[in-house]
Design a protein around this ligand. Structure first.
Ligand SMILES: *[C@@H]1O[C@H](CO)[C@@H](O)[C@H](O)[C@H]1NC(C)=O
Length: 310
């Protein structure tokens, strides 16, 4: 297969592109940065240096089997997503010969679209109300984009919703690692549920390599799974308090961990609890997470983070 990863140097895109390469596919990776393009080339990923919305790469559209959009919430929003998706849709109509197999588009959303669901378990197919009172502000624009992708008549649309990411440089978990490095304190945005103590809720998590493996399986089975949305998360949620306590022990810091008032929409989203228990990736793609959980592997993940920032 020929696969294009949009956002190929990112926390999600890079391990996905590596995993696709190792599975024997020809992988193109879009990045804006010439420096990061070198890192892609060194991994046998064919770099395309431009903005994702550029038409510079459209001449390759007739050759691709799958496009994976892994641009991340800070580089894309509802408007820029629509512009991108519409321009690729138009290019597909004019550039691919009539009767061609549908080009697959895997859209990376996130489990935050589910909202906090009142502490109930959430699966891939649990209905959610994106304007409901328990919705997560930062993710409110995503359900509309998900719908556009899975209802497309031109592209074969698939949605993937990772939960909180961990591994290597840390992604969302690095929010806590960064603060620990700067202040010597273990903190997390949010509040203990009531009365303090061990009641800070649960975390739904996924390692970037397990997510990478999901993209390989989804890309290879893409013609069979069009129209589906997959939650990608470990089978078991982890205790936020156990995670923070373990961090205090590993880093050898003084004093207990603390919760801090969320300062922005991102921290608010991180402070919400989602009990994600997916089944579709397992039943349809035979996927299962393999990496050590966040708490079991925390020493390793903390050291990987430190090595990545030094
Ligand atoms: C979704 O949430 C909004 C805002 O709380 C509410 O007005 C609406 O009735 C809800 N829709 C459904 C179908 O529950």
């Amino acid at each position: 297969m020929k696969v294009l990863v949009l956002g190929a140097s990112g926390f999600i895109g890079f391990p996905a592109a590596q995993a696709l390469c190792r599975a024997g596919h020809v992988v193109y990776g879009q990045t804006r940065s010439p420096e990061k393009a070198k890192r892609l080339a060194a991994e046998e990923i064919l770099p395309i240096v431009c903005s994702p919305s550029s038409t510079d790469w459209h001449h390759l559209i007739p050759t691709f089997d799958v496009i994976i959009e892994a641009l991340g919430g800070t580089t894309i929003n509802a408007h820029s997503f629509k512009v991108l998706f519409n321009s690729v849709t138009e290019a597909v109509k004019t550039l691919r010969p009539p009767g061609s197999p549908k080009l697959s588009w895997i859209y990376t959303s996130g489990t935050w679209v589910h909202g906090t669901n009142g502490g109930e378990l959430i699966s891939d197919t649990t209905p959610f109300n994106s304007s409901g009172s328990d919705s997560v502000e930062l993710a409110k624009w995503r359900p509309e984009c998900e719908q556009e992708v899975i209802k497309s008549e031109v592209l074969n649309g698939i949605v993937v919703r990772p939960s909180l990411l961990y591994g290597r440089s840390g992604s969302i978990i690095s929010l806590m690692f960064d603060r620990l490095r700067k202040t010597g304190k273990v903190t997390w945005p949010g509040k203990p549920k009531s009365g303090g103590g061990l009641q800070g809720g649960r975390l739904s998590l996924i390692h970037q390599d397990d997510l990478g493996d999901f993209y390989v399986r989804a890309a290879e089975k893409a013609p069979l799974i069009g129209g589906l949305s997959f939650d990608v998360s470990n089978d078991i949620t982890e205790s936020l308090d156990c995670f923070l306590q373990r961090m205090v022990e590993i880093a050898g810091v003084q004093g207990p961990y603390e919760y801090t008032e969320p300062q922005n929409l991102f921290e608010f989203a991180v402070s919400t609890e989602h009990l994600v228990r997916p089944y579709l990736a397992r039943s349809v793609l035979g996927w299962q997470p393999r990496k050590l959980g966040l708490i079991d592997g925390l020493d390793l993940y903390w050291k990987a983070y430190l090595a990545s920032v030094e």
